[in-house]
Design a protein around this ligand. Structure first.
Ligand SMILES: Cc1cc2nc3c(=O)[nH]c(=O)nc-3n(C[C@H](O)[C@H](O)[C@H](O)COP(=O)(O)OP(=O)(O)OC[C@H]3O[C@@H](n4cnc5c(N)ncnc54)[C@H](O)[C@@H]3O)c2cc1C
Ligand code: SF4
Ligand code: SF4
Ligand code: SF4
Length: 384
């Protein structure tokens, strides 16, 4: 019997899934069981191409789900948009889960039909940065990498000739590598906004590395776990007090680090210099629209306010496109970093958006993507 609020440690009963899983394969087993037993019609997972490339797939094939085990830290795709219009289960970093909830507020996703298996997230890396970092810091040919792991603050790469090299993430970030900027100031590390919150923090003793700590967040989380238990796909046991305390402590450290880095990443800009700052940052924009295309909280589709100002022949209107986006996403931007990741001109568009959105959200004591019942401040204006 599983209950909301349970803190468990568990793993996949299938030895192969357990071995290939990032930490015991529980997430894969839960997703596979949801499909097998008809809790959902589809599952969203990452289909591996290599350590730095994976494509999100929507599948009803259990074998494809089983093949998708493992965490890809250098594939920072946000999966929310893949859940639209389906009865689906999906793995989700905290920002993925935030985007799902924001889309649900805009009637683009039906949360009753969407099961979110959350993954703790200390951060993800851009694949291009990772490859450069491998050469510069690890002296490893990216082609030789067969696995990566994060343990005790170190980023570890495993190569096909059996080598393992670990470097402290702090050291990597000081050298300009490591996690994406949005991940460095992100302070939602345990996906308490998902149905289950899974991760390796708090997995100790003999189970370290081969089990997942799993917090049951709501009734859908109960259903997911009971379904997998009934299917015989997972084994779980209560987490010890020590395990719970360790998980909480690591989370605190990561959240505090995010808050500290936020102050470094967003130095104050005097009011009178702000317009100049935005214009300078935007100077190289080539008006490709990729930042909107990839944004997981944008729910406007073709009929969007910003693209009304998106003209290929008028630079002034092009900047209006960004201004409209800045305003429109003020209450929904989750600082996921997707827009910066795809920008061909290397414009730090996430930072520009977040510099505007985060203080505005804080003033309203509102965090997007946490609870479907929290009304976004802009909705309140419309409702009034
Ligand atoms: C980018 C990233 C960072 C993480 N950082 C931490 C951390 O700091 N601390 C911690 O406790 N746990 C972290 N995790 C979670 C941890 O790595 C395991 O995923 C978790 O413990 C579940 O293990 P498992 O063996 O049950 O998962 P598996 O059974 O191996 O299943 C993993 C699932 O994750 C999906 N997936 C893989 N890569 C991604 C991705 N980039 N985005 C979304 N989904 C993906 C796969 O499709 C698969 O469904 C992180 C996961 C990711 C993806
Ligand atoms: S923004 Fe936060 S949740 Fe999203 S990938 Fe980065 S650290 Fe993880
Ligand atoms: S504007 Fe950028 S950072 Fe904000 S939610 Fe959209 S893609 Fe993510
Ligand atoms: S992705 Fe970059 S270049 Fe393209 S429109 Fe957005 S800011 Fe401009």
């Amino acid at each position: 019997m599983v209950n909301v609020g349970d803190m468990l440690v568990g793993y996949a009963t299938d030895e192969d899934v357990r071995k290939r899983g990032a930490s015991g394969g529980l997430v894969t087993a839960v997703l596979a069981a949801a499909l097998e037993k008809g809790l959902v019609e589809n599952v969203v997972v990452m289909k591996h191409v290599n350590e730095f490339e994976a494509v999100p797939i929507i599948t009803d094939d259990v074998d494809e789900v089983l093949a998708s085990t493992g965490s890809l830290h250098s594939v920072p795709v946000n999966l929310a948009k893949y859940a639209m219009g389906r009865k689906v289960a999906m793995p989700a970093k905290p920002c993925d889960a935030q985007a799902v909830i924001e889309q649900a507020k805009r009637d683009m996703i039906d949360l009753d039909n969407t099961y979110i298996v959350g993954l703790n997230c200390g951060g993800s890396m851009h694949p291009v940065t990772t490859k450069k970092m491998l050469v510069a810091m690890y002296d490893i040919d990216p082609e030789d990498v067969i696995g990566e792991d994060i343990e005790k603050g170190k980023l570890i790469f495993k190569t096909k000739n059996g080598e393992e090299k670990a470097i402290a993430i702090d050291e990597l970030e000081e050298a300009g590598f490591g996690r994406r900027e949005s991940c460095r100031f992100c302070t939602l590390k345990i996906p308490v906004n998902a149905d289950l919150a899974c991760g390796n923090w708090g997995v100790i003793g003999d189970l370290a590395g081969s089990a997942t700590f799993c917090q049951v967040m709501n009734d859908k989380g109960v259903k997911l776990l009971e379904n997998a238990l009934e299917a015989g796909q997972i084994k779980v046991e209560p987490a010890s007090d020590k395990a719970i305390a360790i998980r909480a402590k690591v989370n605190d450290v990561m959240v505090n680090l995010g808050s500290t880095l936020e102050k470094e990443i967003f130095p104050d800009i005097p009011d009178e210099e702000r317009v100049q700052y935005y214009m300078e940052q935007m100077a190289d924009c080539i008006d490709c629209g990729a930042c909107k295309e990839v944004c997981p909280v944008c729910a406007c589709g073709e009929d969007s306010k910003c693209t009304m100002f998106h003209s290929l022949v008028d630079n002034y209107k092009m900047s209006m496109y960004h201004m409209v986006r800045l305003l429109h996403l003020t209450d929904s931007c989750i600082a996921c970093g997707q827009c910066s990741d795809v920008c061909p001109s290397d414009i730090p568009i996430t930072l520009l958006q977040s510099r505007f959105a985060i203080p505005a959200q804080r003033r309203r004591e509102y965090t997007p993507g946490m609870n479907v019942d929290d009304v976004p401040p802009f909705f309140e204006v419309i409702l009034k």
